[in-house]
Design a protein around this ligand. Sequence first.
Ligand SMILES: [Ca+2]
Ligand SMILES: [Ca+2]
Ligand SMILES: [Ca+2]
Length: 296
Amino acid sequence: MNVLRPASTLILLLLCVTPALGRGDVQGWAVVVEMDDYPDAYQDLPVGYINSQRMMSLLLGLGWDGTHIQTLQGNVTSENLSLSLDWLDDNSDGNDLVLLYISMHGSWLSRVILWDKWVPQRWRSIGSQRKLLIIDTCNSGHFIAPFANESGGQVSIAGCSEGELEWAGLEEEKLPIIGSVWAYYLTNAFSSPSADLDRDGWVSVEEAFNRSVVLTQTYMRETVFAVPEFAEMYRQAGVDPDGIGLYPNPVILDRFPGPFILDLEFYAPEDFVAFLPSILVCLWIVRRRRFLGWVL
Ligand SMILES: [Ca+2]
Ligand SMILES: [Ca+2]
Ligand SMILES: [Ca+2]
């Protein structure tokens, strides 16, 4: 009896399957960006980076590897955002989930990051067919507008329409939600069974978005605009809470065929199918090895 045979068979199988695993598996890669403290000309948003923490917790809960999530908190510049996008691009491949979340003042994203000048082009150049862009700023509809007619698999969502304002709750205001109201409802929706409208067992990005819109608008009407002082703040910014109807109006640009699922467990069957041909070839080689005259 050849005792080396079982060991050599195992080694051969591993040699065949390992490269296939590398190609076929669906991984998640994310850059989570939040800026709370600003130079003097801007109002600070002292929420203790709660928005990026909520996004991180969501992804970790959906099976994402913590080493695949890069956080950019503090002073966000074109330079460090560009490096983070390079990191996303370098690490992800065509079938991976690629997520970019940005929470800050929309004016900072326009005037300092210079979004229009370079970010849409850079985001476009990342080759994944499963890209999700989440912009959580005032005027956020403006920043995703370049992707309205994009080909390829991607979803872009924004917490409000172009020209609208988002609400970020501060501790001192004594309202229930601290940080971005929209991001709070969006991240919570993924663990809410009632958000799964088509009842397929998965809360897709599209379903979570739909839920976030209704709950954000309800919170604004019943909780924020109900406080005369906050309603007056909006009036002074040119938004009349009494005459505006539903507000704000988050935006989704869905260029991804079918539901976009963030839960990595969803992709496990695809992983298996991806390396099944390699397994079959290996089994065939193992069976025919003696006939082929291999020494293993
Ligand atoms: Ca992959
Ligand atoms: Ca569903
Ligand atoms: Ca879709």
